[in-house]
Design a protein around this ligand. Structure first.
Ligand code: GLN
Length: 385
């Protein structure tokens, strides 16, 4: 096909292909152990698979309601009540989405206008800033503290302005595995007290928190909940990232605006999968223990790399572990990640891509949502580097 003959002014001139696609392709091309893009390599519950099949066979294959299958929204309202002690009305305050990324994109489209500022914490998951820029908003970056990736609230206070429309938080945090604590919540309450700043809270790893800590949701704090849209993911919780199904909760007035955009963005999400998830979620045992399960996998990975030359800061949540290679190489992390994939056959994600400005830390992100055998093989390779 000949090219489009006229100049194109790109809406995202600095954006290339997302690092997850780049690294997973490189891993496949070089037959490397793929700990780059975050997805489990172990099987999905056969019960869940059978439920999808059952609902397809029974004919639930046409458009579900725009906001999602009611039975599933009802289950999610119960989950929010059990997990966080807060009531969301399934009719008006919960919407099923085609994954967390769509929920984030749609929320930003619905709530952010030209010139609005959105505060983001770097390293930041890579879909946030482009969504803001596409609607003419301005991402305002605050770097997480270098030692433990906690939030520098002094810095946040400095950048809040009359244009600040939203603060986007993410806990458990991708890519660092950090989690927010009670002190962070209190700071957030203080900062949003006398203004109308909204919060978009990406909590897709809500159930994956380790070492006896628990996930704090903005839903648990009425001062925050009334101004927050909160994003969750079935992919992370049920090991089905490829099903691209998630959901978003929030007060009716914010959800009303969200749905105005959602209906024209994707209209709705996959029907049989929603019916199956509704049945599956009747048994909270199907998901409440995934934190312990992932902690076991994290520990296998940590154990497998403890004799290596990588420096480890133990992950507190998500299924990602950062490893610092400053004792091994002077190369920048993108170069080093490529070299590890091509020459050593292990793929990871260079963390610098999640910053908005060039950064010199030598850190790679590894996904440990993998079979024990995969983790041991990875540990073996990393110990020899
Ligand atoms: N959330 C996944 C990760 O952080 C990637 C999802 C994607 O590829 N877009 O690795």
């Amino acid at each position: 096909m000949p090219s489009y003959p006229n100049p194109i002014s790109s809406k995202l001139p600095k954006v290339g292909t997302t690092i997850f696609t780049v690294m997973s392709k490189l891993a496949a091309d070089y037959n490397a152990v793929n700990l780059s893009q975050g997805f489990p390599d172990f099987p999905v519950s056969p019960v869940l698979i059978d439920l999808v099949y059952k609902h397809m066979r029974e004919g639930r294959n046409q458009y579900p309601p725009m906001a999602g299958v009611m039975a599933l929204r009802e289950r999610l309202a119960l989950k929010m009540e059990h997990a966080y002690g807060v009531q969301y009305n399934p009719e008006t305050e919960i919407t099923i989405t085609a994954g967390g990324t769509q929920a984030i994109f749609t929320a930003i489209n619905a709530l952010i206008s030209e010139g609005d500022e959105v505060i983001l914490f770097t390293p930041a998951y890579d879909c946030y800033a482009p969504a803001i820029e596409l609607v003419g908003g301005k991402p305002v970056y605050v770097q997480l503290k270098a030692n433990d990736y906690s939030i520098d609230w002094k810095q946040v206070k400095k950048v809040v302005s009359r244009h600040t429309k939203m603060i986007l938080i993410n806990s458990p945090h991708n890519p660092t595995g950090a989690i927010i604590g009670e002190k962070d919540i209190q700071e957030l309450i203080k900062i949003t007290k006398d203004n109308d700043i909204m919060i978009l809270s990406d909590e897709v790893y809500e159930h994956i928190v380790f070492d006896g800590e628990s996930h704090l949701s903005v839903a648990q704090y009425p001062e925050l909940a009334t101004r927050s849209l909160i994003v969750y993911s079935f992919g992370k919780t049920f090991h089905v990232t490829g099903w691209k199904t998630g959901y978003i909760v929030g007060p009716e007035n914010l959800m009303h605006e969200f749905r105005k955009v959602h209906q024209f963005n994707v209209f709705t999400a996959n029907a049989p999968i929603q019916y199956a998830l509704a049945d599956f979620m009747l048994y909270p045992d199907n998901y409440l223990h995934i934190g312990a399960e992932y902690q076991r996998r994290r520990n296998i990975f940590l154990d497998a790399v403890k004799a290596s030359r990588f420096k480890i800061k133990q992950s507190k949540g998500t299924y990602f572990q950062l490893l610092d290679y400053s004792k091994i190489s002077e190369e920048d992390d993108e170069e080093f990640a490529i070299k590890l994939t091509v020459e050593h056959k292990i793929a990871s994600i260079p963390v610098s891509v999640f910053y908005h400005n060039p950064i010199q830390n030598k850190v790679l992100r590894f996904c440990f949502a993998k079979e024990e055998e995969t983790l041991l093989r990875a540990g073996d390779i990393l110990s020899k580097i």
